[in-house]
Ligand binder design. Structure first.
Ligand code: PMP
Length: 450
């Protein structure tokens, strides 16, 4: 057996590639890996080994809205580990997860009363797609096999998720293994008409008619489900035009197609409501969730499912007796216990009210960047915003990378993809912290774009 030497050095191990960083240009980043290490976190800040303090501008990867190392959550985790650290969820159940399912159903739109647990957004999406196929088959409509996603969508990295997803770079390398029969709605972002919009754009609801085009093309009898993020997060906060989601709902209902909202980012308060479905007052047939359900401290995901879908599985033909799907860690006791602590804190500290109060503060602050010549667009909704820099003529993405590096030197942990970056500060942030974040950004944007 090989032992690590006492002189083990994390930076060297990153450079030699033992650790392969996900969604990272490793061949470039390895060379400068020393600047990528985070050693601790508390509240709204991360800390590097050399003592730099970085404001968490995206709440982890949209998953730590209550901040880091929250004592009550840590305590819930420890207590549950002592009480019941693991229990199979196949033909078994334990009180913490059962109670969580009930609690989530109360928080969701009233037609969604049933919860199937997974461990990530990717797994939640796969689960929802499989439920859609099963639902139609059990109703004698097994010909409905097509899924409709949307351009620019992120639904995780499983084969289901990348197939319905619309981020070209996430699909290209794996094109040979995509699901059959998937088509995509156009994304709703039109720079010429929507740039610098505040909240929901008032223009563009007719993009939803694209669904009628796909129905005509493929015939409704072949389409199982439409999946969309109510607000697209990973591609830089693309906000649906007023009336767009409502129209998608109408068209799906008219043609017997299930509507799935992927609320992995928008669920649990980011939109100022428990779910974006509530904020937009549109009821999907399923909601996928993950991330903030446990404040990122341990993995958990899942699907909220309509009564109609659930009852179809409960009463359908013989093959419906078991939905042959589940994960070793579905409804993990520790994740469920942590989630209760997270939801308790959100309720007791009235964090949704705080988020609704911060939304106009973030809106005003980010739109004050609109006048900078290096800024191409600013968009916002809920407690989140997307900002596009003007790309450098022959090297798109260069300014985004430069901004990220400058952020690390100037107290901000930023998330840039290409020349676009997203902001989603923790719910516990104060007005002053939000304003400071934007003021620092102003300086850094000027530096990278002049
Ligand atoms: N769906 C959406 C809308 C997401 O934003 C993400 C993650 N950013 C996922 C699915 C995948 O989640 P995970 O990384 O937990 O698999």
């Amino acid at each position: 057996m090989v032992h690590l030497s006492n002189e083990f050095n994390c930076e060297d191990a990153l450079k030699d590639g033992s650790y392969w960083m996900p969604f990272t240009a490793n061949r470039h980043v390895r060379k400068q890996a020393g600047s990528r290490i985070i050693s601790s976190a508390k509240g709204a800040y991360y800390y590097t080994p050399d003592g730099k303090k970085l404001f968490d501008t995206l709440s982890g990867l949209w998953c730590t809205p209550l901040g880091h190392a929250v004592p009550r959550i840590v305590e819930a985790l420890k207590n549950q580990a002592e009480e019941l650290d693991y229990c199979s969820s196949f033909q078994m159940a334990h009180p913490v997860a059962v109670r969580l399912a009930k609690r989530l159903a109360y928080m969701a739109p009233e037609n969604l009363n049933h919860v199937f647990f997974a461990n990530s957004g990717t797994e939640a999406v796969d689960t929802a797609l499989k439920l859609a196929l099963g639902y139609h088959r059990l109703r004698g409509e097994g010909g409905r096999f097509r899924m409709i996603g949307r351009e620019r969508a992120y639904h995780g990295v499983g084969f289901g998720g990348i197939s319905v997803g619309g981020i070209v770079s996430n699909r290209k390398m794996f094109a040979a293994g995509m699901l059959n029969g998937v088509d995509h709605l156009r994304h709703t972002y039109d720079h010429s008409k929507m740039a610098f919009s505040k909240g929901q754009p008032t223009w563009g609801a007719d993009y939803a008619e694209d669904l009628e085009r796909l129905v005509a093309l493929h015939d409704a009898s072949t389409i199982a489900a439409v999946i969309v993020e109510p607000v697209q997060g990973s591609t830089g906060v693309v906000v649906p035009p007023v009336g767009y989601l409502e129209r998608l709902r109408e068209i799906c209902t008219k043609h017997g197609i299930l509507l799935i909202f992927d609320e992995v980012i928008t669920g649990f308060g980011r939109m100022g409501e428990n779910f974006a479905s509530r904020r937009f007052n549109v009821k999907p047939d399923m909601i996928t969730f993950a991330k903030a359900v446990t404040n990122g401290i341990v993995p958990m995901g899942g699907v909220l499912i309509s009564k109609d879908i659930y009852e179809t599985f409960m009463t359908g033909p013989e093959e419906a007796i078991e939905f042959a799907h589940g994960y070793t860690y579905s409804g993990h006791p520790i994740a469920a216990a942590v989630s209760h602590a997270v939801l308790d804190i959100m309720e007791e500290d009235s964090l949704l009210t705080h988020v609704r109060g911060l939304e106009p503060v973030l809106e005003k602050a980010v739109h004050s960047l609109s006048d900078l010549p290096g800024v191409r667009d600013v968009r916002n909704f809920g407690l989140t915003a997307g900002i596009d820099l003007v790309p450098e003529a022959d090297s798109p993405g260069k300014r985004g990378s430069a901004l990220f590096e400058l952020g690390m030197q100037n107290g901000l942990l930023l998330r840039c993809t290409g020349d676009t970056f997203s902001l989603a500060p923790p719910f516990i942030a104060t007005e002053e912290q939000v304003l400071d974040m934007v003021e620092t950004l102003r300086r850094l944007i000027i530096t990278v774009t002049q």
